[in-house]
Write a protein that binds this ligand. Structure first.
Ligand SMILES: [Zn+2]
Length: 119
């Protein structure tokens, strides 16, 4: 956004040859030192800083550990069992629906029998 005091504005091109800050200094493919501003803790730029070395705090390490934990809730066996249970439930509900229809057709059950349960 264009505002007068926006510090992130033009961050890509504002470090000209007279910029007094620390430079990256890594060896480039041309053999010269990289002139990009050093903005990583190791004094290199975003192109030469290297990959992350991982979480340092106890909390961060615990979070990563929890994310990679294999809890076994989706094993083939359990998925199969859940599928079978769902099919069994559908079968039972279908049978109940059929019974309800037959009872209503036979006059043994009022058509609005569910309404009597609510009040
Ligand atoms: Zn660099």
């Amino acid at each position: 956004m264009l505002t007068k005091h926006n510090v992130t504005m033009g961050i890509e091109w504002r470090f000209g040859p007279d910029w007094p800050g620390q430079r990256c200094g890594a060896k480039t493919r041309r053999g010269t030192a990289c002139q990009r501003p050093a903005n990583k803790k190791n004094g290199r730029c975003r192109l030469h800083g290297g990959a992350s070395t991982g979480a340092k705090t106890q909390e961060g390490r615990a979070r990563i550990s929890a994310a990679n934990l294999r809890h076994g809730k989706f094993t083939k066996d359990k998925l199969e069992r859940r599928k079978a249970n769902a099919a069994k439930g559908r079968e039972i509900r279908k049978e109940l629906r059929q019974m309800e229809h037959e009872l209503i057709a036979g006059g043994l059950l009022n058509k609005n029998w569910r309404d009597s349960l609510l009040s």
